[in-house]
Design a protein around this ligand. Structure first.
Ligand code: NAD
Length: 392
């Protein structure tokens, strides 16, 4: 029996076990620290409270094929020499013939002073719920505190996550103002971005639309504003001090700490894999999703990390593992993006879809595209029943 161990039940891990399921003479073990899978691309909606956690999560055990063994445990270390994986609760390490590492991302603070202590990261369900709790508590506190910083929110970084989060925030803010009887003119939503331009992968007209939409709804983006320090009530960039009692830290992500804990050759917990998605010198170890850096043969650079590409890597990995078991050559991973969608709250957004982003969309129709993408992903990963539950 060939033992295949898959670490992480995110988009990549779940897809891998589904594709490998049914292979003869193979036993598959899937490990995740949670009993549930969550839609990482919708975390910002839970953080702002436009969505509940139960709408973007589902039970892993119910979503995986019957021939896959699921272990809910924390992965602590991978030993590629002995082909074992150490878990927190289980005394005996798992032995593998093939290993798929799909452990996802963690928030990156770049070692900026105060960021880890005072910034609220967005990296999983717990941190998303913590942001919502903090935000609502500070707004509710204003009527007693009369501290205007309770009405100020700073979003650090203006990447995809920040912009999508800002979109949800400006959508929900009017109802928060009403709920907590707040002075709307004193609410301040500020986004601080180090680079001179935001969302460089989008056409400038679409970026301008997004920036204008957010500004019209009260969220101001300051570009060329690199954050130097975060304190309990402020964010500092050069000589400028921005004050707020809610500081959301979304300046980018790194791979899983298990990668560095296992002493792999890595950069920001990402391993540069071969074009077959394997670890150099370890053709039996596949690293996919946000903990990997995958070379794009066309550009010579690494592919960007997205949920969409993680799923494509998982399908390719399953194909390569089957090829390896059969003794046939592994194939190189290539990828063509189906498009990029950036929501600005539940009712609008910007998108580039089709070949090389040929179709450019902005406004309400993007919300429909985004919903179709999300529902398709939920349907594929969890089955039709879960999709119906999420739609209801
Ligand atoms: P990101 O790296 O894309 O963006 C982080 C932003 O923070 C960057 O613009 C960076 O310049 C800025 N930043 C970093 N350090 C800073 C500092 N000290 N001061 C000010 N600004 C600073 O990270 P993300 O938005 O978390 O996204 C992570 C990954 O997930 C990306 O690959 C992204 O494409 C993907 N993602 C995709 C979608 C989507 O397709 N809709 C949604 C969310 C995330």
């Amino acid at each position: 029996m060939t033992e295949i161990v898959v670490l992480g039940a995110g988009y990549a891990g779940l897809r891998t076990v589904r594709e490998l399921s049914g292979t003869s003479n193979v036993h598959i073990t899937l490990v995740d620290r949670n009993s549930y899978h969550y839609e990482a691309t919708a975390l910002h909606t839970v953080a702002i409270g436009t969505n509940e956690a139960e709408h973007i999560t589902f039970d892993i055990q119910k979503a995986i094929p019957k021939d896959v063994t699921f272990k809910q445990d924390n992965v602590t270390r991978i030993d590629t020499q002995n082909k074992t994986v150490t878990l927190e609760k289980e005394a005996t390490p798992l032995q593998y013939d093939y290993l798929v590492v799909a452990l996802g991302f963690e928030s990156e603070d770049f070692g900026i002073k105060g960021a880890a202590t005072y910034g609220l990261p967005l990296q999983d369900i717990e941190s998303a719920q913590a942001i919502r709790k903090h935000l609502e508590e500070r707004l509710a506190a204003y009527n007693d505190s009369h501290d205007e910083r309770d009405l100020h929110i700073i979003v650090c970084g203006a990447g995809f996550t920040s912009i999508e989060l800002l979109g949800e925030l400006v959508y929900r803010m009017p109802s928060l103002v009403e709920q907590y009887h707040l002075p709307a003119d004193k609410i301040q939503i500020t986004c601080l971005e180090a680079m001179p331009k935001i969302l460089p992968m989008f056409d400038q007209k679409l970026v301008d639309f997004a920036v204008q939409f957010l500004a019209d709804h009260g969220a101001i983006i300051h570009t060329s504003t690199p954050i130097d320090e975060v304190t309990d009530h402020s964010v500092i960039s050069g000589d400028n001090v921005y004050e707020a009692n809610t500081i959301i830290w979304t300046t980018g992500v790194r791979g899983s700490h298990v990668i560095s804990d296992s002493h792999f050759d890595q950069k920001r917990n990402r391993v540069a894999v071969t074009s077959q998605l394997t670890m150099k010198d370890h053709p039996e170890v596949f690293i996919i999703g946000d903990s990997s850096a995958v070379p794009d043969p066309a550009s010579g650079r690494f592919y960007p990390t997205t949920g969409q590409i993680s799923i494509a890597q998982a399908t390719h990995t399953a194909k390569n593992i089957k090829a390896s078991i059969d003794g046939t050559p592994l194939s190189d991973f290539t990828y063509k993006s189906l498009g990029t969608v950036c929501s600005l709250g539940p009712t609008t957004g910007i998108a580039e879809i089709g070949d090389s982003g040929r179709i450019k969309l902005k406004g309400r129709k993007v919300a429909l595209v985004k919903k179709m993408v999300n529902d398709r992903s939920i349907m594929e990963e969890s089955g039709f029943a879960n999709m119906m539950r999420n739609l209801s």
